[in-house]
Design a protein around this ligand. Structure first.
Ligand code: 5CA
Ligand code: ZN
Length: 413
């Protein structure tokens, strides 16, 4: 599938700094140490009701990871999936009386438009689940052949559903470290089926779902017609396009369990090696006191604000004002503060000569390399703007700083 257009990334003066990033599995901030090209896999949208501020926060955060790796001197290869077949997508299409493929195509187009407006660098491969069916089927079949799966009959289907047997593969809990009770609760809330009779462990993830009447299904050889479980899609797509381990696996913190836990276990079962060097997670953006989510409908959409005339760079500044690991709430004040900052920065960068910017650029680089400390990076720019009207004059400084803001923060004023 095609991604969105790639903006130019200007060169930045100064030395690259190795990126340190939080790893959920280690519960620590550690250096990202790519061998050769740095690889980044980020879980993409399920294309309905996108792009809300939670989605935007996640993709802007991993855009900063992408930019920080480039600024550190690495070549980067970035893959993002799109979950273009899934229960919630089918349910929404049914509710609205539209074809699920048309709904997905429209929402993917809208997502691309929003990502372009927000200045997010596109992935090198933007990969749909539907177009990846042969690789996903092959991954499930390899797990079956390895003897780490079992099948359960289903009265609604001719074939059988296939599960990974987590009682025989190692690693359950090594990403999230959540207590078992919490895992059981989250599995039930987030697409799992812990209460299904016959499962060897209630947490075992579904790998292949036999065709139910009226549902889309694909041929899968010995597995029979059906469609994949959610987690194996990302395992197969990441391994196909990046190999493993990937340097950074990303997504929102709502994906820590079960999605990233299971993605990693499955990859480990396939390769006998860790899936990722860093499992990095964006905190949750809330609205009206609750996590912003498509299922609840408490959404602020990027496209709505854009249609109201809000500059997408103001939206991006609103997101950057929060550290990516904190949970925070979208409010009108958040947007108003970002608009103020945008106007101050624009005014300061538009003067005829300003204070030298080298130290400010070094401070932005250092802040971002330190686990994406965007509030510190923004504060460094604020401080430069406060000095911009003072006497010291470097005619080149506004241009140099503007290009650094573009390259490092994705802020193009
Ligand atoms: N297609 C799957 C991943 S394979 C999925 O989770 N899609 S999604 O559309 O529900 O979410 C897309 C991304 O946005 C995920 O990384 C998710 O963790 C993140 N996300 C969703 N809601 C929020 C939120 N309120 N705050 C921050 N990130 C969020
Ligand atoms: Zn995923």
């Amino acid at each position: 599938m095609k991604a969105w257009p790639r903006p130019h990334v200007p060169a930045v003066p100064g030395d690259g700094i190795p990126l340190r990033l939080h790893d959920t599995a280690e519960a620590a901030v550690t250096e990202v140490t790519p061998e050769g090209t740095a690889t980044l896999y980020v879980c993409g949208v399920t294309p309905y009701d996108t792009t809300h501020m939670g989605h935007a926060a996640t993709y802007v955060t991993f855009d900063l990871v992408h930019r920080a790796l480039l600024a550190a001197g690495h070549d980067v290869r970035y893959v993002q999936n799109v979950t273009d077949i899934d229960d919630p997508l089918l349910e929404r299409a049914e509710r609205d009386g539209v074809d699920w493929q048309d709904l997905a195509a429209d929402q993917i187009a809208l997502f691309h438009d929003d990502m372009t407006a927000l200045g997010v660098l596109p992935p090198h491969e933007y990969v749909g689940v539907v177009e990846s069916m042969p690789q996903i089927v092959a991954a499930v079949q390899r797990l079956v052949d390895a003897g780490v799966t079992y099948s359960l009959p289903n009265e609604d289907a001719d074939g059988e559903d296939v599960y990974l047997d987590t009682t025989v593969v190692p690693g359950l809990g090594t990403i999230s470290h959540y207590p078992r009770e919490e895992m059981l609760t989250l599995a039930a809330e987030r697409g799992g089926d812990p209460d299904r009779p016959g499962k060897r462990d209630p947490l075992d993830p579904l790998l292949w779902r036999a065709e139910r009447g009226g549902e889309p299904a694909w041929e899968a050889g010995a597995l029979g017609r059906g469609r994949p479980g959610w987690h194996i899609e990302c395992t197969a797509i990441a391994m196909e396009h990046l190999g493993s381990p990937v340097d950074v696996q990303g997504g929102g913190s709502d994906l820590i369990f079960p999605h990233h836990e299971m993605t990693a276990i499955q990859a480990h079962a396939l390769t006998d090696a860790p899936f990722a060097g860093h499992y990095t997670h964006q905190g949750m953006v809330a609205y009206d006191g609750e996590k912003m989510s498509k299922s609840k409908g408490n959404l602020v959409r990027v496209s709505t604000l854009r249609a109201e005339g809000v500059d997408p760079m103001v939206i991006r500044l609103a997101l950057l004002a929060h550290h990516y690991r904190s949970d925070w709430e979208w409010t009108d004040d958040v947007l108003a503060e970002a608009q103020d900052r945008h106007d101050r920065w624009l005014a300061a960068l538009s003067v005829d000569g300003a204070p030298p910017a080298d130290d400010t650029i070094a401070a932005i680089r250092a802040a971002l390399a330190d686990d994406l400390d965007t509030p510190a990076a923004l504060a460094a720019v604020d401080a430069w703007c406060d000095r911009a009207t003072m006497s010291e004059r470097d005619p080149a400084a506004p241009g140099v700083l503007a290009r650094a803001l573009d390259a490092l923060l994705g802020i193009r004023l």
